[in-house]
Every structure is written in structure tokens, then in C-alpha cells.
Design a binder for this molecule. Structure first.
Ligand code: OXD
Ligand code: MN
Length: 596
């Protein structure tokens, strides 16, 4: 591989890492189809992947992780900076010396008897000013096959790297897959990521959360752009104009479903279409024209399977019929797959995510239902297979963003949608985001946690400074996007969702776009602008007026309570919290006090 030989620093680093991990051989990944076939054959022969029914699911494979390695492990994830303050109060911290030392012990000889694969990859179109190059060293073929789907890999990336361009040094080893010897370490000052002891996507596909968000946010602060946990979608209005929006929701709150939304009948007749650009990560830059542009640095979806079906997300179902890797779902006897909340009834039997024989209705020794698929089981599928994929995903300049949407999963308090008064207020709204914990993180489900901009687990530096960076970005733009907040998850007194969600969310998007083009009405409230009931087009939707009123209401008492909780959360940041954000909280309190 002569390109690699030109890049002495890359060569030296690979040699160095191989010296520590001691693999039997080193294989440079070129990204070719032949290579893919060889890797598939090899991992089929070891059982690392299982071939699915090639008639029904052509090009699809199945993989199981260890049963204690099924989600991101935030408590084992660290930012390693010289000064603790650089990581801030929301990250686990280790000094670089300590981080390298602890991990070296585990990496030492971890690849004996294995192959070390060298994967050059680009986040973003190769050669775009938005893009960043990384090289991941790994002893897992599953990682190589997933990185092939999720990123641009191989020879064209090495060509772009040339003899001396910068790259993020990413090292991964499964080692013993031992949770007690698992570490996900980020060294932003060295542009380096080390992940050891895990085989779960979010911990090991190092271009994703680790590079695109944790190191990405660090680089973005340094270089004056934004790396965000956001979907990007185009909403084509009747007449053909496409408005692009970027939206941040915490993990497993429906970003993939929204990004692939199919218009409901009532609105389809009007001529709306949705174009998917990305479902998880957005890199955004203020352009010389004074507006914000965004790319999706990834080329695939790593989506949550349970709950995905032809009703909730028909485009996802269409996307994952071929060339897809399924992880930790239920394996059916006919070598197809199933998950809770998927299409069709549960099969009579199958092998579940733990590798055990499974039948519907099984109860474990504690009286709990045994699941077929793990709640955080996943599909990895190429973007281009999505029927709603935008034709601008390879555009080096990305797409122009007119609206930013923050959202959370809140059973009460937060209305269906509201618009912030301006950029600064919108940034404040982002800092106050909160959600109930879901299956994408290990821990207690259902508990409320504050998750500013959905970046709490992903911001690679001191989060107060990150808020400041958002404020500063506003000053770079002549026409910053409008900022909104949505909550699809409000419950009624009987614990039922008040808003139907899924495709019907387009009704809310229509209002958001109407606000961006100054054609939709709204009412001013202490928390922001809210549609009056007549401002949403509800044609064809049966929702009673009392429910709608509740969905669009602001309860003064409950919001006053909320400000106390926000204040408590803000105290975490001490004096790193920007004065503007403190003043915004004060402003909210004053508006609430004045309201009825
Ligand atoms: C994801 C996550 O996998 O946010 O996208 O956990
Ligand atoms: Mn995510």
C-alpha cells in the first residue's frame, strides 16, 4: 500500500501500536468488494457473524455482542486532558499519563493470535472542508464491516491523507471483552482515541460518537464550527422549495424516525416530501453568506431496532432489507430477524439476543418477561438504501439550515412545540433540555436527566464553554436559524400519549417552517412562541380540542418549579456558565411572574 508508506507518521504510529498489541499480522483495509467478501467469509467461519436468509435478506448478517456489552458505557468513558477543568464537570476525567497507563496494561498483547486491521476513514465527503480523516486500528472484523457502512473508508482516504495530512489516531481492541477491563478514552490534545474491552457499536465504531462528537466538538470549538448530536432533514413544501432542519434529541428518542418521516395522508395531499440527510450527527459551519450549513459526516444508519416497524418507520424498514448488519435482535428459525415492536407477530421460537432458545411469553426466574431482542439492539445499513435519502449527501458544502429543533421525552410540563425568541434564548432552551433515560445508555430507565443539546454524553470539553461557543456562533451569522423545542411524548392522566407522533409530527414541522417563512401564526408565552390551535393544520387527524389545548399550554406553577430544577443543574457549571445563560433564566422567571 504505497500511499501509506508515504505517510511516515502514520506508518510509525501503526508500528508503535502493533508493538504494544502484538497482532499476528497487520492488514490495511482498501475498501474493495473483494476485501469485503474475504472478511465476511472469515468472520462467518469463526462465528463472529452469522449469515442471514440470503433470499429474504440479501447481503445481511447477524451478530451478537457479549451480554454485558450492549450499550455505551458512560461510566467507563473518559476525557483525558492535562487539566481536569478542560473536561469540565459533566465528563469523567483522567490525566493523559494515567489514561495511557491504565489502557496500556489492557492493550498489551491483546491482539496475539489476531489480525490488526488498519481502517483509514473519512467523516464527511472526502476532500470537503467539513471533513475529518481518522485511522482506526482494530482486531474486530465486525468493526471493519460496520465502519464500511458507517463511513467512507480505504484507498481514496489514504490518497486524501497524502504524505503528511493530519488524522485522528483511533485504536480499538476487543481484548477479553471484560467489563472490568473496558475503557473508552479520548485524548483531544493528542487527537487520539483508545477504546478497549468492548464490542458494542457506540464504543467501538470510533468515527461515530468518539470522533464525530467528543473529539469533533473539541475541534469545532477550536476551529469555529459545531459538532452536534442532530439529525438533518429536508422538508419539501408544496411548490418544491426544500427547507432543511437539524434536530437534537437524546439517544433513542426518535431521531431516526423523524429523519425518515413519511407524510400522513392529510398533508401528503398538499404535496409535502421529506428528504433524509442524516439521523444522528451534524457538523455545522457558518458560511461567508452569513447562514449555517450542515453535513452528515456518516454514510450509514446505526439505528435502534425495537419499535421500528412499517407503521412507525416504513422508510427504515425498506432501508434494512439488504446489506444490513443486525446486532442483538432475535434470530428466527428461517434465519430472518424479529424484535419487540417490529412487524408481524412474535415467531413461535427463535434464538434471542443472549444466544438462548426463546419462545414468546417466557418468564425468567425473577418473574420478568424474557426479551427476544435487546432493547438497544441495532441495524447498521447504508444511507443510500433509504427511499427518502437526499441527493445532497455527497455535497461538499452540505445543506443550508433554516431551523434547529431541540427535543426531549417529557411526560409532562413541556408543550408540543415552542419557538425561542432569538438565538440567545434558543441556546438557553437547548441548555435546559431534559429527557427520560432510555435503553441506549446503561442505567435506570425512566429517570429524568438534563441533557443540554442532547450532548451531555458527547461534549468533549467543559460544557459551560460549549454553551459559550454556541452563543459565539450566533454572532458569526447574519441570519442564524430559528430555534424551536418539541416534545412528542406528553402523557395524559391515564398514561397515554396525547400526541400521535410519527408521520403526524409533520404537522408540527409545517408550523416550524411556516414560522421560518413568516406565514404561520403564534402566541407569545413566557417560554416562547406557541401555535394557537388554529395555527396547526390538523386535517384528517382526530384529536379533541381539550387535548390539543393541554398539549399547547404552559402551566405557570409547573414552570416555576422547572426553573428551580434548571437553576440547580446550572450550579454544576459554577462560574463557567455564561452570564447570558444565567440572565436568560432570570428573564424566564420574570416573564412567568408577570404571567397569569
Ligand atoms: C446512538 C446513541 O447510538 O445516541 O446514536 O446512543
Ligand atoms: Mn445518537
Amino acid at each position: 500500500m504505497h500511499e501509506a508508506l508515504k505517510h511516515h507518521k502514520l506508518q510509525a504510529w501503526v508500528k508503535d501500536m502493533a508493538g504494544m498489541c502484538n497482532p499476528d499480522q497487520i492488514v490495511w483495509i482498501d475498501g474493495s468488494e473483494d476485501e469485503k467478501k474475504k472478511l465476511e467469509q472469515e468472520s462467518l467461519s469463526t462465528g463472529e457473524i452469522i449469515e442471514l436468509n440470503q433470499e429474504k435478506l440479501p447481503g445481511c448478517y447477524y451478530h451478537r455482542t457479549s451480554t454485558d456489552d450492549v450499550a455505551r458505557t458512560e461510566h467507563l468513558t473518559y476525557i483525558c486532558t492535562k487539566k481536569k477543568s478542560a473536561a469540565g464537570p459533566t465528563n469523567n476525567w483522567l490525566s493523559p499519563e494515567k489514561g495511557y497507563e491504565k489502557a496500556k496494561d489492557i492493550f498489551q498483547n491483546s491482539m496475539v493470535g489476531r489480525t490488526m486491521y488498519v481502517i483509514p476513514f473519512s467523516m464527511g465527503p472526502i476532500g470537503s472542508e467539513f471533513s475529518k480523516i481518522g485511522v482506526e486500528l482494530t482486531d474486530s472484523i465486525y468493526v471493519v464491516l460496520n465502519m464500511r457502512i458507517m463511513t467512507r473508508i480505504g484507498k481514496p482516504v489514504l490518497d486524501a491523507l497524502g504524505a503528511d495530512n493530519d488524522f485522528t489516531k483511533c485504536l480499538h481492541s476487543k481484548a477479553d471483552l471484560d467489563i472490568n477491563k473496558r475503557l473508552i478514552l479520548h485524548f483531544p490534545e493528542d487527537n487520539t482515541i483508545w477504546s478497549v474491552g468492548s464490542g458494542y457499536g457506540g464504543n467501538v465504531l470510533l468515527g461515530k460518537k468518539c470522533l464525530s462528537l467528543r473529539l469533533g466538538s473539541w475541534l469545532a470549538k477550536k476551529e469555529g464550527w459545531l459538532a452536534e448530536h442532530m439529525l438533518i432533514m429536508g422538508v419539501e413544501a408544496p411548490g418544491g422549495h426544500i427547507v432543511y432542519v437539524a434536530a437534537a434529541f437524546p439517544s433513542a428518542c426518535g431521531k431516526t424516525n423523524l429523519a425518515m418521516l413519511v407524510p400522513p395522508q392529510g398533508l401528503k395531499i398538499k404535496g409535502y416530501r421529506i428528504w433524509t440527510v442524516g439521523d444522528d450527527i451534524a457538523w455545522l459551519r457558518a458560511d461567508a453568506d452569513g447562514t449555517l450549513w450542515a453535513i452528515n459526516p456518516e454514510t450509514g444508519f446505526f439505528g435502534v431496532a425495537p419499535g421500528t416497524n412499517t407503521k412507525t418507520n416504513p422508510n427504515a424498514i425498506a432501508t434494512i432489507q439488504r446489506n444490513t448488519i443486525y446486532t442483538n435482535v432475535l434470530l428466527k428459525d428461517d434465519k430472518t430477524v424479529w424484535w419487540e415492536g417490529g412487524d408481524g407477530p412474535a415467531p413461535a421460537s427463535g434464538i434471542n439476543w443472549e444466544g438462548k432458545l426463546w419462545k414468546p411469553g417466557m418468564i425468567d426466574e425473577n418473574g420478568n418477561q424474557v426479551l427476544g431482542a435487546h432493547p438497544n439492539s441495532r441495524f447498521t445499513a447504508p444511507l443510500v438504501q433509504c427511499p427518502s435519502i437526499s441527493n445532497r449527501i455527497e455535497n461538499h458544502h452540505g445543506v443550508p439550515i433554516d431551523a434547529i429543533i431541540f427535543g426531549g421525552r417529557r411526560a409532562r410540563l413541556v408543550p408540543l412545540v415552542y419557538e425561542s425568541f432569538d438565538w440567545e434564548h434558543g441556546v438557553f432552551v437547548g441548555t435546559t433540555m431534559a429527557s427520560e433515560r432510555t435503553a441506549a445508555q446503561a442505567g435506570l430507565q425512566g429517570e429524568i436527566r438534563r441533557d443540554p443539546m442532547a450532548m451531555l454524553p458527547f461534549c468533549g470539553y467543559s460544557m459551560g464553554l460549549y454553551f459559550q461557543h454556541w452563543l459565539d456562533m450566533g454572532n458569526k451569522m447574519k441570519k442564524p436559524p430559528k430555534i424551536f423545542h418539541v416534545n412528542w411524548f406528553r402523557l395524559d392522566d391515564n398514561g397515554k400519549f396525547m400526541w400521535p407522533g410519527f408521520g403526524e409530527n409533520l404537522r408540527v414541522l409545517e408550523w416550524i417552517i411556516g414560522r421560518c417563512t413568516n406565514i404561520a401564526g403564534a402566541e407569545q408565552t413566557p417560554i416562547g412562541y406557541i401555535p394557537k390551535s388554529g395555527d396547526l393544520d390538523l386535517t384528517g387527524l382526530s384529536i379533541n380540542s381539550a387535548t390539543l389545548e393541554k398539549l399547547l399550554s404552559v402551566d405557570k406553577k409547573e414552570w416555576e418549579e422547572e426553573t428551580k430544577d434548571i437553576e440547580k443543574f446550572f450550579r454544576t457549571f459554577g462560574n463557567v456558565l455564561p452570564a447570558e445563560i444565567k440572565n436568560q433564566l432570570q428573564g424566564l422567571r420574570e416573564r412567568l411572574a408577570k404571567s397569569k
